[in-house]
Design a protein around this ligand. Structure first.
Ligand code: SF4
Length: 817
């Protein structure tokens, strides 16, 4: 092969000459000295030079796995020919290469996939049919702008809803903020709170620790190096944090260092369980709170709790720490020991009958947790994505609280592992004059039956009752209109009625199932087609910044978000305030200057930073211990809870439990308690649908992003995991086509018969693209044809792992019919 090798063996990136390279080297060396030790700057490619006539540019993977890996795109004749991962850094963890996973590395295949949208289009058939005709950009922007104006004038600003979309969370200038900025200048739009990833745990940690959304509330996973035992509830970084910058390697390294036992509690033998765990404890979905209660019973009765910690730092453990005015018998200890209102002793035998875990193992586990000093306990976001997920998350947090493992090295809060973050800025949105906010998962109600939504029943915030229907939806880089929302059939019914929501605008790269519900469909650039500034996501031991370049020209007529929204701003008469007179490049330079306020050692201009590409900062030592200051002096450093302490008993929840309207089988309680739920483990044993269905994150996709990449489909095919016992009773063999169904819908998919899922439970990798046949039966394993639109009680979040189903083998003749 003809390679143009650099004779000095110090290859330079395309477009950078040796003089420029040396200049940057000297600038960086100088600033590193100013910034002090521990700061490292990654320089550009340090392996082979590109092929002749090929350029290599920095880009990133911006999907919502949270890692935002830097990538190097090889470009020839205006086409991306190859994607490589980061190759800067050294062997020292914290200044290492941020290795992208197989998804980011297949970005070329994704960007050039047949589903790419090429032109602006408008709907010509019924909404949802997927029939469109090509229109010009001028016509598209005229329609979208005039409809936005009409709907604001007719219904008011609360009729405008900017829907949740997480497909481009990486780039500062590619993200959603520009539309928010525009609509805020027009009087604002209906807000939402929460997200589809962690609504319930966010609420749980807020009520327990006063933790704020999106702020770190845990020790890093590297703290496993300092513990005597690590227990993970449903946490699976091996699949959810696959980047070389993420927690997977951090855990591996920490475990090597400490050699501690790792226990994973999960209905599924996940990749983390398979790779890291000394023991996998299978548990029925949605019953973690019962397990914790059983463990707490042993901890309390065998005096393994940290009484000093509970009395000094917590509210509600026992009568002594209860808030005044609460009747006797409502402390946590009462709940566990059976002296509370329900009079049930939460013994290991009681917990065993609910969780499916033998009582002897529960007893032993409690003793292991109670005697390991310190013990690192964390939960992933799967256990909380349940019908009563807030109770699950609060309950799991009880284990480190009971054992005094909060605020110390090697311990944790019970939340998901923490991460290192450098606070780079986002595009300023301006202020939204509309204060009303709905739970993100309840948006279909706001379209379908808005006037029935209240503060005390549906979690509407800043208004007693919603009084305006959603009439305009802006859906940018999101597939939660259909695919990633629940109950696809019902959701499609709601959206099909265009007398309800009158205008749906979708901006995307692909003809997703959500895009099919657009009235106006606008093709956006991928990150290969636009330059941007991207900062670290879940990079555990380092922060980083990537100043990317456009690798290739926009695909057909695709445009950047900024250019689209600015086109609207011009039509709506607010261009000056919106743009501040800057084009997209101007905004990049402006935002880059803001980044330099955070890290002044960055090169002076964005153009200069693009020549370098990637910048890395090693995490300061030692890693943070969450709530260390509170532990050292709770009076001087109170928590953000009303009491300033850890609230095992929450007076706020006590009040909500009495004032909120809930369906009979939902509950909010002041203490973290176990309550059976609708479509839970108990109902599975008595109702028509005997199998609990959960979803899991899958290496083939990030949610639905990359779901259409054939390479990835071959590597990790879509399969319904079913235990061999359940398969045998249904005459199902590995790779048989099965129908997974309930009253909400049906999907057909190949069966993976495996011992890696516990009996009584089926799991489908979430995010598969909905592909309904003529009968409305999905043929691609999309889990959301089976999930429910019901919300969780407190956060009003998405309980997408609470489902009951039946599974049957598809007989050949039946399939032909
Ligand atoms: S999907 Fe996540 S881990 Fe994989 S390349 Fe993209 S950002 Fe990195």
């Amino acid at each position: 092969m003809n390679r143009n090798r650099n004779p000095s063996h110090t290859p330079l990136p395309a477009g950078v000459n040796r003089r420029g390279f040396l200049k940057w080297g000297s600038i960086l060396a100088g600033t590193a000295a100013v910034a002090g030790p521990g700061v490292f700057y990654g320089l550009r490619a340090v392996t082979e030079s590109p092929v002749v006539d090929e350029k290599v540019v920095w880009t990133t993977c911006n999907v919502n796995c949270g890692s935002r890996c830097p990538l190097r795109a090889h470009v020839r004749d205006g086409l991306v020919t190859r994607i490589e991962t980061d190759n800067t850094g050294d062997g020292d963890f914290g200044t290492h290469e941020i290795r992208a996973c197989l998804r980011g590395r297949s970005m070329r295949r994704w960007a050039y996939s047949p589903e790419r949208l090429k032109y602006p289009m408008k709907r010509v058939g019924k909404r949802g049919e997927g029939r469109f005709e090509r229109i010009s950009w001028d016509e598209a922007l005229d329609i979208v702008s005039s409809e936005l104006r009409r709907i604001i004038d007719t219904y008011g600003n609360e009729a405008v809803y900017r829907h949740y979309g997480s497909g481009v969370l990486g780039g500062i200038v590619a993200r959603r903020e520009f539309f928010h900025r525009l609509v805020n200048l027009l009087g604002g739009s209906l807000n939402y709170y929460g997200d589809y990833s962690m609504a319930q745990i966010t609420a749980a940690m807020e009520y327990t620790y006063g933790a704020k959304y999106d702020e770190c509330n845990a020790n890093p996973i590297s703290d496993v190096a300092n513990c005597e035992l690590a227990v993970f509830f449903g946490n699976n970084p091996a699949a959810t944090r696959m980047s070389g910058g993420g927690s997977m390697y951090d855990l591996l390294r920490a475990r090597r260092k400490s050699g501690v036992r790792v226990i994973v509690i999960d209905p599924r033998f996940s990749d983390t369980a398979a790779t890291f765990a000394d023991e996998w404890i299978p548990i029925r979905p949605g019953t973690d709170a019962a397990l914790v209660a059983g463990l707490a019973f042993v901890l309390i009765t065998e005096k393994l709790v940290d009484e000093d910690f509970l009395h000094r730092y917590c509210v509600g453990y026992d009568q002594e720490t209860m808030p005044p005015g609460i009747p006797y018998g409502h402390a946590y200890r009462d709940y566990i020991l059976g002296t509370g209102p329900d009079r049930i002793r939460k013994t290991p035998d009681w917990a065993a009958s609910i969780t499916g875990i033998p009582a002897t193992r529960i007893r032993e586990l409690a003793r292991e947790i109670g005697t390991a000093k310190p013990c690192y306990i964390a939960q992933g976001w799967g256990p909380q994505r349940q019908a009563c997920g807030e109770q699950t998350a609060r309950s799991i947090a009880m284990l480190p609280i009971l054992t005094g493992n909060v605020g110390i090295q090697g311990g944790n809060t019970g939340d998901r592992e923490g991460f290192f973050r450098i606070p780079f800025p986002l595009v300023p949105e301006g202020e939204n004059p509309v204060r009303t906010s709905i739970p993100v998962f309840a948006w279909t109600r706001a379209v379908d039956d808005p006037l029935s939504m209240t503060a005390t029943r549906d979690g509407v915030r800043n208004k007693e009752q919603l009084d305006t229907p959603v009439k305009f939806i802006w859906n940018h880089a999101g597939n939660a209109l259909i695919n990633q929302h629940s109950d696809c059939r019902r959701t499609a019914e709601i959206l099909r009625d265009d007398t309800k929501c009158e205008m749906i605008v979708v901006l995307d790269n692909y003809m997703t199932s959500s895009a099919k519900f657009a009235d106006i469909l606008l093709p956006c650039c991928t990150c290969l087609e636009e330059e941007d500034i991207v900062f670290q996501g879940y990079a555990m031991e380092m922060g980083f910044l990537v100043c990317t370049e456009a690798a290739v020209a926009p695909f057909y007529e695709s445009r950047t978000l900024y250019d689209i929204v600015r086109g609207m701003a011009r039509r709506l008469g607010v261009d000056e305030e919106f743009s501040l007179g800057m084009d997209r490049r101007g905004w990049l330079e402006y935002m880059y200057a803001k980044c330099r306020e955070v890290k002044p050692e960055l090169p002076p201009t964005f153009a200069e930073a693009q020549k370098v590409g990637l910048f890395k900062w090693k995490r300061p030592d030692p890693p943070e211990v969450m709530y260390r200051e509170f532990r050292e002096n709770p009076e001087a450093h109170p928590l953000n809870t009303p009491s300033g302490r850890i609230e095992i008993f929450s007076e706020r929840l006590w009040e909500l439990a009495r004032t909120w309207e809930l369906p009979e089988d939902d509950s909010i309680t002041a203490l973290p308690e176990y309550h059976p739920t609708w479509e839970g483990a108990e109902q599975a044993r008595s109702g028509p649908y005997p199998l609990q269905l959960i979803g899991h994150h899958y290496k083939q996709r990030t949610h639905s992003s990359y779901g259409n990449v054939d390479w990835l489909q071959q590597v990790a095919p879509q399969e319904a995991w079913i235990n061999s016992l359940d398969a045998e009773t249904r005459d199902i063999r590995h790779n048989d086509m099965v129908r997974v169904f309930n009253d909400r819908g049906e999907t057909r998919v190949r069966a993976k018969v495996t011992e890696r899922i516990m009996p009584g439970v089926v799991t489908l990798p979430q995010g598969a693209w909905l592909k309904p046949d003529g009968n409305g039966v999905d043929r691609n394993g999309c889990i959301n044809v089976l999930t429910s639109l019901r919300t969780s009680p407190l956060a009003k979040g998405n309980p997408q792992h609470t489902n009951l189903v039946q599974v049957e083998k598809v007989r050949e003749e039946a399939e032909q019919c």
